[in-house]
Design a protein around this ligand. Sequence first.
Ligand code: PMP
Length: 420
Amino acid sequence: MTDTVVAATPPLDVARVRQDFPILQRTVRDKPLVYLDNSATTQRPESVIEAMANFYRTSNANVHRGVHLLSEEATDAYEGARNKVAAFLNADSPQSVIFTRNTTESVNLVAHAWARRHMREGDEILLTVMEHHSNLVPWQLLAQERGVKLKFLDIDDSGHLQLDNLSEVLNEHTRLVSLAHVSNTLGTANAIPTIACAAHSVGAKVFVDGAQGVPHGPVDVQALDCDFYAFSPHKALGPLGIGVLWGRRDVLEEMDPFLGGGEMIRDVTLERSTWAAVPHKFEAGTPSVADAVGLGASIDYLENLGMSAIRQHEVKINEYLLPRLRELPWLTIYGPEDPHDRCGLASFNDNQIHAHDLGTILDQHGVAVRAGHHCAKPLMRRLGVMATTRASFYVYNDLDDVDHLIDALIEARKVFGLAT
Ligand code: PMP
């Protein structure tokens, strides 16, 4: 995610974009749907839905193993999606793009196939206090099994990572630094190249959880200088059920497989097997072909809008959203104050109304938000709260959605007889 090319980008035509999303036509509790739960999952444009349906209608077959035309078409569609992902991330090669089920599986793949081979007792992994459980629990499991030590970068009061003591926390025992590109709770965009440079100087690898990075702006894995990058297409207009792991080719080549089974082998005897080349070594069994096709269509859609335009749009939303939230003195707002330092989301708490109650009342007004710990319980503890309410915006949201949110937040106070 970068702001460097943003200034010259033409703005999104949100009214036009909204027409591409059939679900936005529906009402919720007799109110127009104001969908602000995009960090959990986004909606899909007609082109993605249609690409998947069309695959099932016209080319459905299993991939890689058929000698018939439908199988060839399915294989081309599946591998074509891999090519699109590679170009989208500016990856060195499509072979370094692996399809998984989601970001969570991508983290687990690296924990099993890379870390279990390379890490032993006394080694260290550096994480941060803002990680989603997906980028925490797999490392805890490894730490318990191998005696690996987990260390954590803290945040400052503005919700940025504290990087001043980075060179002290990293040392010759650090084998891996694994962190979110963008926090799903604070919205903070982390300084990946700076952290990667420091990690590499002690010989550590860098894993970036891009679940909230990819949807919100241009991502160039080579410029980020990381070794692994994972994301979930369902958070960027793509289908549920498919995930991506990009890894540096040389690192992937020397990794063990993750799951064993069909498709990932070169040869099998009754006693042992040898492995297919990367990426197929990591894709055991029948893959989610239709989901890959949908992913390809979602990348086409995003690229047509322009990732810089999307980033610019979210900054515009933030510039309106943050001051409007600050007008409500009963709210505590978490995360960076500068609209440029976060993606298009805000987590907040009402000083009298529990986050879940607030979420339920907002829903009565057609405003869909998330309330809870956002799978980031350590961060909740760090902030000293049990839960927050999170409103997260995307390409089909505009400033009037902010107004709906603010009106509903004021209505919630009235429901509880509280001052506004
Ligand atoms: N990391 C971050 C930062 C996330 O926001 C999420 C999804 N909430 C995940 C990881 C996990 O994504 P998935 O459930 O698609 O594996």
